[in-house]
Design a protein around this ligand. Structure first.
Ligand code: FAD
Length: 414
């Protein structure tokens, strides 16, 4: 098989990709196969989804989006892209609390890996989940909802608990957002006033190449509702607001970003960095990301800055974002408010492997937790306190290891 991840960074070893068009068909495929793992829109960069059996993509099943206004939830097919559910919600006066940098990914895949956007008070996208419907190894459907004993262990699951057919997410009334770019932030200001920096908007992203005299760009996305200031400050920590649109962070000259320059727009047209009608990021790239606890973030960022010359040869751009703590067992944000240190690398695997080695050594003292869907080399070990409990949950839900894959064995010891 020659099927690959979106960026071409991994060629799947699986025998085939099966694409049922109904949930019933998916249930029959699960019951009839010895080994089967789910595949979303393939935006992970490693072998996370892979299997020695077959892959099951639920992306062709109808989204069948159902809004429950009283419960303030939306239920959607797990293979649905965020862009589709976000448009549906916005058209009806509803919103999600946040989005990742790209709206192209599936809700099921993003949930499985704890995909995140930014914001001191915004949990990862998985924290919006209120219920999931799984296909069990025998093909039957089972539902896990908030309040159930297995819920916190089941939301971020890396595909190890079986295919998710439908997901219920919390929603809120729609809101507008403006997005402003600031340039000229001094490194000393970032280090000394980091909390002030990340609190300067609803969602703040800092882009840097580490070795430049000033930090780089700060993108501030601010909600335009009662709780926020209607006007953005002309400066943030001395960095000045620019009216022109910033270059695409990882791809100079590519026009693929959402509207900036402070022009107000719907939440779903501003919270993602990239537009749905364009290739996100660079396309020809590898990504890596580590979550560290907020308390050690400034030291961790300084440690990476200290090895800028070793990171630079493989780097397109880095991004710093914040995520609020959660209680989801396999979330890298489990139990700690986090700062995510991200690297978009050139598509040069050898140079990237070398750079990742340097970064992981620099970050080791800060108990980093890797993004599950991006490329990393460090052992995850016991840095996640509920890993043992998750292994027990998998043993209970999938005793014959139908949903096992080599990544789960190598990384989680499952
Ligand atoms: C350009 C680009 C930008 C990105 N930006 C961000 C970002 O801003 N923030 C961030 O955190 N990450 C980001 N990522 C990473 C990406 O969000 C994650 O890797 C995410 O998991 C991708 O979702 P997917 O649908 O492509 O899942 P896949 O990569 O296809 O699968 C990921 C995992 O989910 C499981 N899975 C998928 N669907 C299901 C299902 N229906 N049921 C059960 N398990 C399922 C798979 O088995 C696998 O374990 C980015 C990736 C790219 C390529």
């Amino acid at each position: 098989m020659t099927e690959r991840t979106w960026a071409g960074t991994h060629t799947f070893a699986a025998e085939a990709v099966l694409e049922p068009s109904t949930i019933v068909e998916a249930q029959e495929l699960v019951a009839g196969h010895r080994r089967i793992r789910s595949l979303g829109t393939r935006h992970s960069f490693n072998d996370l989804a892979d299997t020695d059996g077959v892959l099951l993509a639920l992306t062709a099943i109808e989204p069948a989006i159902e809004i429950d206004e009283a419960a303030r939830t939306v239920t959607v097919g797990a293979g649905t892209r965020y862009a589709v559910v976000a448009r549906h919600l916005a058209d009806r006066g509803w919103a999600l609390h946040n989005m990742g940098s790209l709206p192209h990914i599936s809700v099921g895949g993003a949930t499985a890996t704890s995909t995140h956007g930014s914001g001191d008070r915004n949990g990862s996208l998985a924290t919006a989940v209120r219920a999931l419907e799984f296909i069990a190894p025998d093909g039957s459907l089972r539902r896990v909802a908030a309040g159930d004993p297995d819920f916190a262990g089941s939301v971020v699951h890396l595909g190890a608990l079986g295919p998710v057919t439908r997901i219920t997410l919390a929603i809120e009334p729609t809101y507008r957002v403006r997005q402003d770019t600031y340039v000229g932030l001094a490194w000393d200001d970032l280090f000394e006033r980091f909390d002030e920096l990340t609190a300067s908007g609803y969602s703040v992203s800092v882009f840097t190449r580490w070795n430049t005299p000033d930090v780089g760009e700060v993108w501030v996305k601010e909600r335009l509702d009662e709780s926020s200031a209607p006007e953005m400050a002309p400066t943030v920590l001395g960095a000045r607001r620019v009216s022109e649109k910033a270059d695409s962070p990882a791809a100079d000259g590519l026009d693929n970003t959402t509207e900036q320059g402070g022009v107000p727009g719907e939440w779903c047209e501003r919270l993602p960095h990239f537009r749905i009608d364009a290739t996100p990021s660079n396309g020809d790239e590898i990504q890596t990301e580590y979550w560290v606890a907020r308390e050690v973030a400034v030291e961790a960022i300084a440690a990476v800055r200290a090895i800028a010359d070793r990171v630079e040869p493989a780097l397109l751009v880095s991004e710093l974002r914040t995520v609020a703590a959660d209680e989801l067992w396999l979330s890298p944000g489990y139990g700690r408010d986090s700062v995510c240190i991200h690297f978009t690398w050139k598509n040069r695997p050898d140079a990237v492997a070398t750079a990742i080695g340097h970064v992981e050594r620099a970050l080791a003292p800060f108990d980093p937790r890797p993004h599950w869907g991006k490329v990393f080399a460090m052992p995850v070990g016991e840095s996640l306190p509920r890993l043992h409990a998750f292994r027990d949950l998998v043993a209970r839900m999938d005793p014959d290891r139908k949903f096992w894959g080599p990544y789960l064995g190598r990384v989680l010891g499952i």
